[in-house]
Write a protein that binds this ligand. Structure first.
Ligand SMILES: Nc1ncnc2c1ncn2[C@@H]1O[C@H](COP(=O)(O)OP(=O)(O)OP(=O)(O)O)[C@@H](O)[C@H]1O
Length: 461
C-alpha cells in the first residue's frame, strides 16, 4: 500500500511538472522556534472536515479534543486531499518526515517533522492568497467552537460564575407562529456573515433582540435556541446583582466575543434612575450619584456605548412581559434591532407541540381543535399546552380532549394585563426579593409552568 501510494505521488509530480504550480508549506512549528504554528493545527481541522475526506479517503485519523462534544477527523500521514475555493482547484498534502530526513534542520528538535503543503496553479495565486488561508482559519475556528463544550455564565457581584450550557431548545423544537423561526434564523445568518458590512459602515458588530409577551410563551426557550443555533456561550446578566455602572462595565469587559448577553425581565429587574442619574423621587442627579448607582444611562452604554464594542459578534437579548413599561431609549434600533412578540398558542404552534410531545402530525380531532381555538374567548400559552401534552403523552386522545377542554374552559382565567408589575428596590436584590424569588422559581420550574389561561386581551400587538 505504501509503495502504491509513493508511486502515485511520484507519478502525479512527474505528470504535473510541466505546469506552473505554486506550493505553500505550513509547518507544525512556527519559523524561528517560536512554538507551534496555529495555522498547521487549523489546517488539520479544516481538511478533516472536507466532505471529500469522508467520501473519498480510504484512511483518516480520528481524535477528540478534551472539551469537544464530537469526534473529528484529520488526514493520515502523507495523504492528499482536493478542495476548491472560488472556482479554483487546490490540493493539500500532509507530509510526515522521520528524524533521519529532518535532522539536518536544527529548527526541528523532536523525532518527526510534520507539515501541510498547499498546491495550486500559479495563475490562481490572486484568488488563493491570502483569502483561502483566511477561509481555512475561519472555518476551522467555527468547527472547533461548534464541537466544543459551551458555557452559561451568571453574574455574582462583579464576576461571572460559570457552568456548562446544554439546553436542548432548538428552532425545531420551538412552537412559533408560521414563518417566525425562518425570519429569526435569516436575521441571525445575516448578522453572522456581516463582519465586512458592519466594519465598512463603522458599526459595532452586535445585534439586539427584544423578546416580549406573556409568561410561558417561550422567551427563555428562544434564547436557548438562538444560542444553540449560533453555537455561542450565554451570559445571563442579573441586574439586581449589579451594584453600579462601573460594575456593569467591568462585567461587560469580561464577556467573550461570539456570545449572547441576556437580561431577562428587564422591566422588573431594578428601578433604574433616569438618564441624568436621578431617580423618580429626586430629579437632581450628580456625578457621584451616577457612579454609585446603576442608572439607565449606564445600561444604555452597556448595550450601545464605547465599551459595548470590546468583543465582536455579540448578541444582546432583553426579555419582558410588558414592552410598554420599558424606556423607549432602550428599545431604539441599534440597541434592540428586532422586537419579537411571543404570544399565545396558535393552531400552527399547537401542531408543532403535538408533533414534539405526541409524535403526531395530524389527527381527526385537529379540525375541531382549530375551530375551538379560533372561537374561544380564552388564550392558552404554549407552556400550558406543553404541560397538558406531557402529562398525557401516553394517550393521544385524552391529551387532545384536555387541550380542547382548555379552550372551552371558563376556569383559571386571568386578565394578563392585570398581572402586577414585579418592580423591586435594587437595594434588596437578593433571592428573597420578589424579583429574586420570581427568577428562582422560574429556574426551578423551567419547563413546568402551571397551566394558566388568559382572557383575550382587548388591544394586542
Ligand atoms: N413557543 C414554545 N415552544 C415550545 N415550548 C414552549 C414554548 N413556550 C413555552 N414552552 C414550554 O414552556 C416552558 C416555559 O417556557 P419559557 O420559560 O421559555 O417561557 P417564557 O416566555 O420565558 O416565560 P417567562 O416570561 O415567565 O420568563 C418551556 O420549558 C417549554 O417547555
Amino acid at each position: 500500500q505504501y509503495i502504491d501510494r509513493g508511486l502515485s505521488m511520484l507519478w502525479e509530480r512527474l505528470f504535473r511538472c510541466g505546469d506552473s504550480y505554486m506550493e505553500i508549506q505550513v509547518d507544525e512549528k512556527a519559523a524561528g522556534n517560536h512554538g507551534l504554528n496555529e495555522l498547521y493545527r487549523q489546517t488539520g481541522v479544516y481538511v478533516g472536515s472536507l466532505r471529500s475526506a469522508l467520501n473519498t479517503q480510504s484512511r483518516l485519523k480520528a481524535y477528540r479534543r478534551m472539551d469537544a462534544a464530537a469526534i473529528s477527523f484529520s488526514l493520515h500521514d502523507n495523504d492528499s486531499i482536493d478542495d476548491s475555493f472560488d472556482g479554483v482547484h487546490v490540493s493539500w498534502t500532509h507530509s510526515v518526515m522521520e528524524k533521519e530526513n529532518a535532522e539536518n534542520n536544527p529548527s526541528y528538535g523532536d523525532s518527526t517533522r510534520r507539515s501541510f503543503t498547499l498546491r495550486f496553479l500559479k495563475r490562481d495565486r490572486e484568488i488563493i492568497l491570502p483569502a483561502y488561508l483566511d477561509h481555512v482559519s475561519k472555518v476551522s475556528a467555527d468547527i472547533e467552537r461548534k464541537s466544543s463544550q459551551r458555557f452559561l455564565y451568571t453574574n455574582n457581584y462583579g464576576s461571572w460564575e460559570v457552568t456548562s450550557f446544554s439546553h436542548p431548545s432548538t428552532f425545531d423544537s420551538l412552537a412559533l407562529d408560521s414563518g417566525m423561526a425562518e425570519r429569526i434564523k435569516t436575521d441571525l445568518d445575516t448578522f453572522s456573515n456581516g463582519k465586512t458590512f458592519y466594519h465598512r459602515n463603522g458599526r459595532a458588530w452586535k445585534r439586539g433582540y427584544l423578546l416580549y409577551g406573556p409568561p410561558g410563551t417561550g422567551k427563555s426557550s428562544l434564547i436557548a435556541a438562538i444560542a444553540n443555533y449560533m453555537q455561542f456561550d450565554v451570559y445571563d446578566l442579573e441586574l439586581t446583582k449589579v451594584s453600579d455602572n462601573a460594575e456593569l462595565k467591568s462585567l461587560l469587559i469580561q464577556t467573550s466575543p461570539k456570545s449572547v448577553i441576556v437580561i431577562e425581565d428587564i422591566d422588573c429587574s431594578v428601578k433604574l434612575c433616569n438618564r441624568d442619574g436621578a431617580d423618580e423621587d429626586s430629579k437632581e442627579g450628580t456625578d457621584s450619584q451616577q457612579s454609585s448607582k446603576l442608572t439607565l444611562s449606564g445600561l444604555l452604554n452597556f448595550v450601545d456605548g464605547l465599551w459595548s464594542c470590546c468583543g465582536e459578534e455579540r448578541i444582546f437579548i432583553f426579555t419582558t412581559n410588558f414592552k410598554e413599561r420599558i424606556d423607549p431609549a432602550l428599545l431604539r434600533p441599534g440597541r434592540m434591532d428586532m422586537h419579537i412578540l411571543l404570544s399565545y398558542c396558535t393552531f400552527h404552534a399547537f401542531k408543532k407541540l403535538a408533533n414534539n410531545y405526541l409524535g403526531i402530525q395530524d389527527h381527526p380531532k385537529f379540525l375541531e381543535l382549530e375551530e375551538a381555538m379560533m372561537k374561544s374567548s380564552v388564550q392558552v400559552t404554549p407552556a400550558a399546552i406543553a404541560e397538558i401534552l406531557i402529562s398525557n403523552q401516553d394517550n393521544t386522545d385524552v391529551a387532545l380532549n384536555e387541550v380542547l377542554a382548555a379552550f372551552r374552559t371558563d376556569g383559571h382565567i386571568r386578565d394578563y394585563e392585570n398581572i402586577p408589575t414585579k418592580h423591586v428596590d435594587p437595594s434588596i436584590g437578593d433571592e428573597n426579593s420578589s424579583k429574586g424569588s420570581h427568577r428562582k422559581s422560574k429556574r426551578r420550574y423551567f419547563g413546568r409552568l402551571m397551566p394558566v389561561f388568559y382572557r383575550k386581551a382587548k388591544h394586542q400587538d
